[in-house]
Design a protein around this ligand. Structure first.
Ligand code: NAD
Length: 475
Protein backbone atom coordinates (compact mmCIF):
# COMPACT_ATOMS: atom_id res chain seq x y z
CA UNK A 1 0.00 0.00 0.00
CA UNK A 2 1.82 3.16 -1.17
CA UNK A 3 -0.70 5.98 -0.40
CA UNK A 4 -1.33 6.57 3.32
CA UNK A 5 -4.12 4.36 4.66
CA UNK A 6 -7.16 6.51 5.44
CA UNK A 7 -10.37 4.59 4.80
CA UNK A 8 -12.35 1.64 6.06
CA UNK A 9 -11.28 -0.29 2.93
CA UNK A 10 -7.60 0.48 3.65
CA UNK A 11 -8.06 -0.75 7.22
CA UNK A 12 -9.62 -4.01 5.98
CA UNK A 13 -6.81 -4.53 3.44
CA UNK A 14 -4.13 -3.92 6.08
CA UNK A 15 -5.89 -6.27 8.43
CA UNK A 16 -5.79 -9.05 5.79
CA UNK A 17 -2.10 -8.35 5.20
CA UNK A 18 -1.32 -8.51 8.92
CA UNK A 19 -3.37 -11.66 9.38
CA UNK A 20 -1.36 -13.37 6.61
CA UNK A 21 1.91 -12.07 8.05
CA UNK A 22 1.01 -13.46 11.46
CA UNK A 23 0.10 -16.84 9.97
CA UNK A 24 3.56 -16.96 8.43
CA UNK A 25 5.25 -16.23 11.79
CA UNK A 26 3.12 -17.21 14.77
CA UNK A 27 5.95 -17.23 17.30
CA UNK A 28 8.48 -14.52 16.43
CA UNK A 29 11.91 -15.18 17.90
CA UNK A 30 13.41 -13.00 20.58
CA UNK A 31 15.71 -11.50 17.91
CA UNK A 32 12.77 -10.60 15.62
CA UNK A 33 10.92 -8.90 18.47
CA UNK A 34 14.01 -7.05 19.64
CA UNK A 35 14.55 -5.85 16.09
CA UNK A 36 11.02 -4.38 16.00
CA UNK A 37 11.53 -2.63 19.33
CA UNK A 38 14.90 -1.31 18.14
CA UNK A 39 13.31 0.10 14.98
CA UNK A 40 10.67 1.85 17.06
CA UNK A 41 13.47 3.30 19.20
CA UNK A 42 15.22 4.59 16.06
CA UNK A 43 11.97 6.11 14.81
CA UNK A 44 11.58 8.07 18.04
CA UNK A 45 15.23 8.94 18.37
CA UNK A 46 15.88 10.13 14.81
CA UNK A 47 12.71 12.15 14.35
CA UNK A 48 12.45 13.98 17.66
CA UNK A 49 12.43 17.48 16.10
CA UNK A 50 9.75 16.51 13.57
CA UNK A 51 7.56 14.95 16.26
CA UNK A 52 7.90 18.00 18.50
CA UNK A 53 7.00 20.29 15.59
CA UNK A 54 4.00 18.22 14.48
CA UNK A 55 2.51 18.15 17.98
CA UNK A 56 3.12 21.90 18.40
CA UNK A 57 1.41 22.47 15.05
CA UNK A 58 -1.64 20.55 16.23
CA UNK A 59 -1.87 22.23 19.64
CA UNK A 60 -0.88 25.80 18.77
CA UNK A 61 1.39 25.91 21.79
CA UNK A 62 2.75 22.65 23.21
CA UNK A 63 6.04 23.22 25.06
CA UNK A 64 8.78 21.09 23.44
CA UNK A 65 9.91 20.11 26.93
CA UNK A 66 6.46 18.66 27.68
CA UNK A 67 6.55 16.69 24.42
CA UNK A 68 10.05 15.45 25.16
CA UNK A 69 9.10 14.37 28.69
CA UNK A 70 5.55 13.05 28.30
CA UNK A 71 5.78 11.52 24.84
CA UNK A 72 9.36 10.79 23.80
CA UNK A 73 10.94 10.02 27.18
CA UNK A 74 7.97 7.90 28.26
CA UNK A 75 8.11 5.87 25.02
CA UNK A 76 11.86 5.51 25.38
CA UNK A 77 11.50 4.24 28.97
CA UNK A 78 8.90 1.68 27.85
CA UNK A 79 11.10 0.52 24.96
CA UNK A 80 14.17 0.07 27.15
CA UNK A 81 12.17 -1.70 29.83
CA UNK A 82 10.58 -4.07 27.28
CA UNK A 83 13.91 -4.77 25.56
CA UNK A 84 15.63 -5.48 28.86
CA UNK A 85 12.94 -7.87 30.11
CA UNK A 86 11.77 -9.39 26.82
CA UNK A 87 13.60 -12.72 27.19
CA UNK A 88 12.26 -13.21 30.72
CA UNK A 89 8.73 -12.23 29.69
CA UNK A 90 8.76 -14.72 26.81
CA UNK A 91 9.78 -17.68 28.98
CA UNK A 92 7.21 -20.30 29.98
CA UNK A 93 6.29 -20.41 33.66
CA UNK A 94 6.41 -23.69 35.54
CA UNK A 95 3.18 -24.38 37.45
CA UNK A 96 3.11 -26.77 40.38
CA UNK A 97 1.36 -30.08 39.79
CA UNK A 98 -0.87 -31.54 42.53
CA UNK A 99 -0.08 -35.00 43.87
CA UNK A 100 -3.04 -36.63 42.11
CA UNK A 101 -1.69 -35.53 38.69
CA UNK A 102 1.89 -36.58 39.29
CA UNK A 103 4.23 -37.58 37.82
CA UNK A 104 2.77 -35.36 35.07
CA UNK A 105 4.12 -31.81 34.69
CA UNK A 106 2.41 -28.40 34.22
CA UNK A 107 3.51 -25.08 32.79
CA UNK A 108 2.12 -21.90 31.19
CA UNK A 109 3.25 -20.67 27.79
CA UNK A 110 2.99 -17.06 26.72
CA UNK A 111 1.80 -16.90 23.16
CA UNK A 112 1.13 -14.01 20.79
CA UNK A 113 -2.57 -13.46 20.08
CA UNK A 114 -2.29 -12.42 16.42
CA UNK A 115 -3.41 -9.05 15.06
CA UNK A 116 -3.96 -6.24 17.55
CA UNK A 117 -5.94 -3.01 17.01
CA UNK A 118 -5.05 0.23 18.84
CA UNK A 119 -7.33 3.29 18.81
CA UNK A 120 -5.68 6.36 20.33
CA UNK A 121 -6.74 9.89 21.38
CA UNK A 122 -5.32 13.35 20.67
CA UNK A 123 -4.05 14.50 24.06
CA UNK A 124 -0.72 12.62 24.00
CA UNK A 125 -0.89 11.61 20.35
CA UNK A 126 2.47 9.81 20.08
CA UNK A 127 2.77 8.22 23.49
CA UNK A 128 -0.77 6.79 23.58
CA UNK A 129 -0.40 5.34 20.07
CA UNK A 130 3.06 3.82 20.61
CA UNK A 131 3.01 2.51 24.20
CA UNK A 132 0.35 -0.10 23.38
CA UNK A 133 2.24 -0.91 20.15
CA UNK A 134 5.42 -1.62 22.15
CA UNK A 135 3.55 -4.11 24.32
CA UNK A 136 1.82 -5.71 21.31
CA UNK A 137 5.07 -6.12 19.32
CA UNK A 138 7.02 -7.39 22.34
CA UNK A 139 4.36 -10.07 22.80
CA UNK A 140 4.89 -11.14 19.16
CA UNK A 141 1.79 -9.64 17.57
CA UNK A 142 1.12 -7.59 14.47
CA UNK A 143 -0.45 -4.21 15.26
CA UNK A 144 -2.55 -1.54 13.57
CA UNK A 145 -3.01 1.95 15.03
CA UNK A 146 -5.93 4.32 14.42
CA UNK A 147 -4.76 7.70 15.78
CA UNK A 148 -6.95 10.74 16.39
CA UNK A 149 -8.14 13.01 13.58
CA UNK A 150 -7.95 15.96 16.02
CA UNK A 151 -4.14 15.98 15.70
CA UNK A 152 -3.82 15.74 11.88
CA UNK A 153 -0.14 16.78 11.65
CA UNK A 154 1.00 14.26 14.26
CA UNK A 155 -1.21 11.47 12.93
CA UNK A 156 0.08 12.02 9.36
CA UNK A 157 3.69 12.04 10.59
CA UNK A 158 3.09 8.87 12.58
CA UNK A 159 1.76 7.15 9.45
CA UNK A 160 4.75 8.27 7.37
CA UNK A 161 7.35 7.27 9.95
CA UNK A 162 5.79 3.92 10.80
CA UNK A 163 5.62 3.08 7.06
CA UNK A 164 9.31 3.97 6.76
CA UNK A 165 10.47 1.76 9.65
CA UNK A 166 8.04 -1.18 9.43
CA UNK A 167 6.50 -3.39 6.81
CA UNK A 168 2.71 -2.89 6.73
CA UNK A 169 2.34 -6.48 7.90
CA UNK A 170 4.27 -5.67 11.10
CA UNK A 171 2.97 -2.30 12.26
CA UNK A 172 0.68 0.05 10.35
CA UNK A 173 -1.27 3.27 10.84
CA UNK A 174 -4.74 3.96 9.46
CA UNK A 175 -5.84 7.56 9.70
CA UNK A 176 -9.38 8.90 9.71
CA UNK A 177 -12.24 10.13 11.87
CA UNK A 178 -15.07 8.48 13.74
CA UNK A 179 -16.31 6.62 10.61
CA UNK A 180 -12.92 4.99 10.02
CA UNK A 181 -12.65 4.36 13.78
CA UNK A 182 -16.03 2.60 13.80
CA UNK A 183 -15.08 0.41 10.80
CA UNK A 184 -11.69 -0.29 12.44
CA UNK A 185 -13.41 -1.48 15.64
CA UNK A 186 -15.52 -3.92 13.61
CA UNK A 187 -12.45 -5.77 12.29
CA UNK A 188 -12.02 -9.19 13.93
CA UNK A 189 -8.87 -8.30 15.87
CA UNK A 190 -7.44 -10.71 18.41
CA UNK A 191 -7.33 -7.82 20.90
CA UNK A 192 -8.38 -4.19 20.73
CA UNK A 193 -6.97 -1.50 23.01
CA UNK A 194 -8.89 1.76 23.04
CA UNK A 195 -7.80 4.96 24.77
CA UNK A 196 -10.34 7.79 24.76
CA UNK A 197 -13.71 8.87 26.05
CA UNK A 198 -16.19 6.70 27.92
CA UNK A 199 -18.86 7.30 25.31
CA UNK A 200 -16.74 6.13 22.34
CA UNK A 201 -15.26 3.35 24.49
CA UNK A 202 -18.75 1.93 24.94
CA UNK A 203 -19.38 1.82 21.18
CA UNK A 204 -15.95 0.24 20.61
CA UNK A 205 -16.71 -2.49 23.17
CA UNK A 206 -20.09 -3.15 21.52
CA UNK A 207 -18.55 -3.42 18.05
CA UNK A 208 -15.79 -5.72 19.34
CA UNK A 209 -18.34 -7.96 21.06
CA UNK A 210 -19.71 -8.97 17.62
CA UNK A 211 -16.38 -10.72 16.96
CA UNK A 212 -15.79 -11.73 20.59
CA UNK A 213 -12.69 -9.55 20.40
CA UNK A 214 -11.32 -8.91 23.90
CA UNK A 215 -11.00 -5.20 24.64
CA UNK A 216 -8.90 -3.06 26.94
CA UNK A 217 -10.60 0.27 27.61
CA UNK A 218 -8.38 3.12 28.82
CA UNK A 219 -10.93 5.84 29.62
CA UNK A 220 -10.98 8.97 31.76
CA UNK A 221 -12.97 10.31 34.70
CA UNK A 222 -12.92 12.75 37.59
CA UNK A 223 -9.71 11.95 39.47
CA UNK A 224 -9.72 13.49 42.98
CA UNK A 225 -6.81 15.03 44.86
CA UNK A 226 -7.61 14.44 48.53
CA UNK A 227 -5.79 16.83 50.85
CA UNK A 228 -5.67 15.90 54.52
CA UNK A 229 -5.97 18.44 57.33
CA UNK A 230 -2.25 18.17 58.20
CA UNK A 231 -0.94 18.43 54.61
CA UNK A 232 1.83 20.93 53.87
CA UNK A 233 0.10 23.29 51.42
CA UNK A 234 3.25 25.12 50.39
CA UNK A 235 4.91 21.81 49.48
CA UNK A 236 1.95 20.26 47.69
CA UNK A 237 0.78 23.31 45.73
CA UNK A 238 3.46 23.02 43.01
CA UNK A 239 2.92 19.26 42.69
CA UNK A 240 -0.83 19.73 42.38
CA UNK A 241 -0.45 22.68 39.97
CA UNK A 242 1.95 20.84 37.65
CA UNK A 243 -0.25 17.74 37.67
CA UNK A 244 -3.21 19.90 36.70
CA UNK A 245 -1.47 22.21 34.24
CA UNK A 246 0.80 19.84 32.33
CA UNK A 247 -0.56 19.91 28.77
CA UNK A 248 -3.00 22.57 30.10
CA UNK A 249 -4.91 19.92 32.02
CA UNK A 250 -5.55 17.78 28.94
CA UNK A 251 -4.27 14.67 30.70
CA UNK A 252 -6.41 11.63 31.45
CA UNK A 253 -4.87 11.24 34.93
CA UNK A 254 -4.77 14.99 35.76
CA UNK A 255 -6.20 15.74 39.21
CA UNK A 256 -9.71 16.75 38.19
CA UNK A 257 -10.78 18.36 41.48
CA UNK A 258 -9.36 18.95 44.96
CA UNK A 259 -10.98 17.89 48.22
CA UNK A 260 -9.80 19.83 51.29
CA UNK A 261 -11.02 20.48 54.86
CA UNK A 262 -13.30 23.54 54.77
CA UNK A 263 -11.12 25.66 57.06
CA UNK A 264 -8.07 25.23 54.79
CA UNK A 265 -9.67 26.07 51.42
CA UNK A 266 -8.61 29.74 51.40
CA UNK A 267 -5.04 28.82 52.35
CA UNK A 268 -4.96 26.36 49.44
CA UNK A 269 -6.12 29.08 47.04
CA UNK A 270 -3.28 31.33 48.20
CA UNK A 271 -0.71 28.53 47.97
CA UNK A 272 -1.85 27.67 44.44
CA UNK A 273 -1.78 31.35 43.43
CA UNK A 274 1.83 31.58 44.57
CA UNK A 275 2.81 28.29 42.91
CA UNK A 276 1.21 29.16 39.56
CA UNK A 277 2.75 32.65 39.58
CA UNK A 278 6.16 31.01 40.02
CA UNK A 279 5.67 28.11 37.56
CA UNK A 280 3.62 29.74 34.80
CA UNK A 281 3.93 33.54 35.06
CA UNK A 282 1.57 35.36 32.64
CA UNK A 283 0.12 32.02 31.46
CA UNK A 284 -1.62 33.45 28.38
CA UNK A 285 1.77 34.43 26.91
CA UNK A 286 3.77 31.66 28.52
CA UNK A 287 5.43 29.22 26.11
CA UNK A 288 5.79 26.65 28.93
CA UNK A 289 2.02 26.33 29.05
CA UNK A 290 0.04 24.49 26.33
CA UNK A 291 -2.99 25.70 24.39
CA UNK A 292 -6.38 24.05 24.40
CA UNK A 293 -6.46 21.65 21.46
CA UNK A 294 -9.37 23.13 19.47
CA UNK A 295 -12.26 25.60 19.53
CA UNK A 296 -14.80 22.94 20.49
CA UNK A 297 -12.88 22.04 23.65
CA UNK A 298 -12.16 25.72 24.39
CA UNK A 299 -15.88 26.57 24.22
CA UNK A 300 -16.71 23.50 26.31
CA UNK A 301 -14.36 24.73 29.07
CA UNK A 302 -15.70 28.29 28.93
CA UNK A 303 -19.23 26.88 29.22
CA UNK A 304 -18.20 24.89 32.32
CA UNK A 305 -17.03 28.13 33.98
CA UNK A 306 -20.15 30.07 32.91
CA UNK A 307 -22.39 27.34 34.29
CA UNK A 308 -20.49 27.25 37.61
CA UNK A 309 -20.63 31.06 37.92
CA UNK A 310 -24.36 31.10 37.17
CA UNK A 311 -24.92 28.53 39.92
CA UNK A 312 -23.06 30.56 42.54
CA UNK A 313 -19.41 29.47 42.28
CA UNK A 314 -16.46 31.81 42.76
CA UNK A 315 -14.20 31.61 39.71
CA UNK A 316 -10.58 32.76 40.14
CA UNK A 317 -8.22 33.00 37.16
CA UNK A 318 -4.62 32.47 38.31
CA UNK A 319 -2.75 35.07 36.27
CA UNK A 320 -3.48 36.28 32.78
CA UNK A 321 -1.06 37.85 30.31
CA UNK A 322 -1.02 40.52 27.64
CA UNK A 323 -2.11 38.34 24.74
CA UNK A 324 -5.75 37.53 23.99
CA UNK A 325 -7.26 34.54 25.74
CA UNK A 326 -9.58 32.38 23.66
CA UNK A 327 -10.57 33.95 20.36
CA UNK A 328 -8.55 31.72 18.01
CA UNK A 329 -5.50 31.37 20.30
CA UNK A 330 -7.18 28.94 22.66
CA UNK A 331 -5.07 30.13 25.61
CA UNK A 332 -6.93 29.58 28.88
CA UNK A 333 -5.46 30.71 32.20
CA UNK A 334 -5.30 28.24 35.09
CA UNK A 335 -8.60 28.71 36.91
CA UNK A 336 -9.87 27.73 40.36
CA UNK A 337 -13.56 27.21 41.07
CA UNK A 338 -14.72 27.58 44.68
CA UNK A 339 -18.04 27.10 46.45
CA UNK A 340 -18.92 24.27 44.09
CA UNK A 341 -22.01 22.04 44.19
CA UNK A 342 -23.06 18.82 42.49
CA UNK A 343 -25.52 20.81 40.37
CA UNK A 344 -22.61 22.33 38.43
CA UNK A 345 -21.45 20.64 35.23
CA UNK A 346 -17.84 21.16 36.38
CA UNK A 347 -18.54 18.68 39.20
CA UNK A 348 -20.29 16.19 36.92
CA UNK A 349 -18.07 15.84 33.85
CA UNK A 350 -14.38 15.11 33.37
CA UNK A 351 -12.86 18.61 32.97
CA UNK A 352 -9.87 17.87 30.70
CA UNK A 353 -8.56 21.43 30.90
CA UNK A 354 -6.80 23.85 33.29
CA UNK A 355 -9.75 24.26 35.68
CA UNK A 356 -9.51 23.02 39.28
CA UNK A 357 -12.69 22.95 41.37
CA UNK A 358 -12.02 22.96 45.10
CA UNK A 359 -14.58 20.97 47.04
CA UNK A 360 -14.54 21.13 50.83
CA UNK A 361 -15.27 18.50 53.46
CA UNK A 362 -15.89 18.45 57.21
CA UNK A 363 -14.73 14.92 58.08
CA UNK A 364 -12.59 12.32 56.35
CA UNK A 365 -15.61 10.02 56.13
CA UNK A 366 -17.41 12.72 54.19
CA UNK A 367 -14.48 13.08 51.78
CA UNK A 368 -14.46 9.32 51.21
CA UNK A 369 -18.21 9.42 50.57
CA UNK A 370 -17.77 12.25 48.04
CA UNK A 371 -15.25 10.16 46.08
CA UNK A 372 -17.40 7.04 46.21
CA UNK A 373 -20.54 8.92 45.15
CA UNK A 374 -18.94 9.54 41.72
CA UNK A 375 -18.05 6.95 39.05
CA UNK A 376 -14.74 5.20 39.76
CA UNK A 377 -11.90 7.50 38.67
CA UNK A 378 -8.79 6.67 36.65
CA UNK A 379 -6.49 8.09 39.34
CA UNK A 380 -6.58 9.25 42.96
CA UNK A 381 -4.09 11.52 44.69
CA UNK A 382 -3.63 12.03 48.40
CA UNK A 383 -1.51 14.54 50.27
CA UNK A 384 -0.66 14.32 53.99
CA UNK A 385 -2.65 12.34 56.53
CA UNK A 386 -1.55 9.89 59.22
CA UNK A 387 -0.59 6.34 58.27
CA UNK A 388 -3.99 5.17 59.53
CA UNK A 389 -5.89 7.80 57.57
CA UNK A 390 -4.01 7.00 54.36
CA UNK A 391 -4.62 3.28 54.78
CA UNK A 392 -8.29 3.98 55.37
CA UNK A 393 -8.62 6.06 52.19
CA UNK A 394 -6.72 3.46 50.14
CA UNK A 395 -9.02 0.71 51.40
CA UNK A 396 -12.26 2.67 51.20
CA UNK A 397 -11.94 4.25 47.73
CA UNK A 398 -11.59 2.54 44.36
CA UNK A 399 -9.51 4.18 41.62
CA UNK A 400 -7.49 3.00 38.61
CA UNK A 401 -4.16 4.00 40.19
CA UNK A 402 -2.74 6.17 42.96
CA UNK A 403 0.15 8.53 43.58
CA UNK A 404 0.69 9.61 47.19
CA UNK A 405 2.05 13.09 48.00
CA UNK A 406 2.31 13.99 44.32
CA UNK A 407 0.41 13.59 41.06
CA UNK A 408 0.78 11.58 37.80
CA UNK A 409 3.99 9.67 38.62
CA UNK A 410 2.47 6.20 39.06
CA UNK A 411 1.85 6.26 35.29
CA UNK A 412 5.56 6.36 34.54
CA UNK A 413 6.63 3.27 36.47
CA UNK A 414 6.72 0.39 33.99
CA UNK A 415 6.66 -2.05 36.92
CA UNK A 416 3.12 -0.90 37.81
CA UNK A 417 0.10 -1.90 35.71
CA UNK A 418 -1.78 1.08 34.30
CA UNK A 419 -5.52 1.05 33.70
CA UNK A 420 -8.93 2.11 34.91
CA UNK A 421 -11.64 0.46 36.96
CA UNK A 422 -15.40 0.76 36.55
CA UNK A 423 -16.27 3.82 34.47
CA UNK A 424 -12.58 4.65 33.91
CA UNK A 425 -12.07 1.46 31.93
CA UNK A 426 -10.99 -2.15 32.23
CA UNK A 427 -7.84 -4.13 31.56
CA UNK A 428 -4.37 -2.65 31.91
CA UNK A 429 -0.99 -2.34 30.22
CA UNK A 430 2.55 -0.97 30.73
CA UNK A 431 5.55 -3.23 31.34
CA UNK A 432 4.95 -6.94 31.78
CA UNK A 433 1.24 -6.31 32.28
CA UNK A 434 1.11 -4.93 28.73
CA UNK A 435 2.97 -7.97 27.42
CA UNK A 436 0.38 -10.21 29.12
CA UNK A 437 -2.55 -8.13 27.84
CA UNK A 438 -1.47 -9.00 24.29
CA UNK A 439 -0.55 -12.63 25.06
CA UNK A 440 -2.50 -15.80 25.58
CA UNK A 441 -1.33 -17.53 28.72
CA UNK A 442 -1.66 -21.09 27.51
CA UNK A 443 -1.72 -23.77 30.21
CA UNK A 444 -0.09 -27.07 29.28
CA UNK A 445 -0.26 -30.35 31.17
CA UNK A 446 2.12 -33.11 30.06
CA UNK A 447 0.92 -36.53 31.10
CA UNK A 448 3.38 -39.14 32.35
CA UNK A 449 3.61 -42.70 31.02
CA UNK A 450 3.31 -43.79 34.65
CA UNK A 451 -0.02 -42.08 35.28
CA UNK A 452 -2.38 -43.89 37.61
CA UNK A 453 -5.31 -42.23 35.77
CA UNK A 454 -6.40 -45.50 34.19
CA UNK A 455 -7.56 -46.62 37.64
CA UNK A 456 -10.48 -44.21 37.15
CA UNK A 457 -11.55 -45.66 33.78
CA UNK A 458 -14.75 -47.64 33.34
CA UNK A 459 -16.06 -50.20 33.95
CA UNK A 460 -16.78 -48.46 37.29
CA UNK A 461 -16.67 -50.52 40.41
CA UNK A 462 -14.63 -51.02 43.57
CA UNK A 463 -11.33 -50.07 41.81
CA UNK A 464 -12.79 -46.65 40.93
CA UNK A 465 -14.18 -46.15 44.49
CA UNK A 466 -10.89 -47.07 46.15
CA UNK A 467 -8.89 -44.78 43.85
CA UNK A 468 -11.22 -41.81 44.42
CA UNK A 469 -11.02 -42.39 48.22
CA UNK A 470 -7.24 -42.33 47.97
CA UNK A 471 -7.21 -39.19 45.79
CA UNK A 472 -9.46 -37.36 48.26
CA UNK A 473 -6.98 -38.17 51.02
CA UNK A 474 -3.98 -36.75 49.14
CA UNK A 475 -5.42 -33.47 47.75
P1 NAD B 1 -12.45 10.16 21.77
O1 NAD B 1 -13.14 9.01 22.44
O2 NAD B 1 -13.27 11.24 21.19
O3 NAD B 1 -11.53 9.63 20.57
C1 NAD B 1 -10.55 8.60 20.75
C2 NAD B 1 -10.34 7.87 19.43
O4 NAD B 1 -11.55 7.23 19.04
C3 NAD B 1 -9.94 8.77 18.26
O5 NAD B 1 -8.96 8.09 17.49
C4 NAD B 1 -11.23 8.90 17.47
O6 NAD B 1 -11.05 9.11 16.10
C5 NAD B 1 -11.87 7.55 17.69
N1 NAD B 1 -13.33 7.55 17.54
C6 NAD B 1 -14.19 8.59 17.70
N2 NAD B 1 -15.45 8.20 17.52
C7 NAD B 1 -15.40 6.87 17.23
C8 NAD B 1 -16.38 5.88 16.97
N3 NAD B 1 -17.67 6.17 16.95
N4 NAD B 1 -15.95 4.61 16.77
C9 NAD B 1 -14.64 4.29 16.82
N5 NAD B 1 -13.67 5.19 17.05
C10 NAD B 1 -14.05 6.46 17.26
O7 NAD B 1 -11.42 10.70 22.86
P2 NAD B 1 -10.48 11.97 22.77
O8 NAD B 1 -11.29 13.21 22.84
O9 NAD B 1 -9.50 11.81 21.66
O10 NAD B 1 -9.65 11.79 24.14
C11 NAD B 1 -10.06 12.32 25.36
C12 NAD B 1 -10.54 11.25 26.31
O11 NAD B 1 -9.58 10.21 26.40
C13 NAD B 1 -10.72 11.75 27.72
O12 NAD B 1 -11.90 11.22 28.25
C14 NAD B 1 -9.52 11.18 28.46
O13 NAD B 1 -9.69 11.02 29.83
C15 NAD B 1 -9.34 9.89 27.77
N6 NAD B 1 -7.96 9.44 27.91
C16 NAD B 1 -7.70 8.31 28.63
C17 NAD B 1 -6.40 7.89 28.78
C18 NAD B 1 -6.03 6.65 29.55
O14 NAD B 1 -4.89 6.24 29.46
N7 NAD B 1 -6.95 6.03 30.28
C19 NAD B 1 -5.37 8.62 28.19
C20 NAD B 1 -5.68 9.76 27.47
C21 NAD B 1 -6.98 10.15 27.32
Amino acid sequence: MSAPASSAADAAALYALQRAAFSAERYPSHAARRDRLDRLASLIDRHEPQIIAAIADDFGVRPPQETRLTELFVVDVALRHASRHLAAWMRSRRASTPLYLRPGRSWIERQALGVVGIVSPWNYPVQLALLPAIAALAAGNRAMIKPSEITPSTSALLATLVARYFSPGELAVVNGGADVGAAFARLPFDHLLFTGSTQVGRSIALAAAENLTPVTLELGGKSPALIHANADLAALSARLAVGKLLNAGQTCIAPDYALIPRQRAEALVQALQRAVARLYPAPIDNRDYASIIDERHYSRLVALLDDARAKGARVIALGTGTGPAGGGTRRMPPTLVLDVSDAMAVMQQEIFGPILPVETYATLDQAIERINARPRPLAMYMFGGSATERRRVLEQTIAGGVTLDDTLWHFSNENLPFGGVGASGYGAYHGERGFLTFSHQKPVFAQSRATPGRLLYPPYGERFEATLRLLKRIV
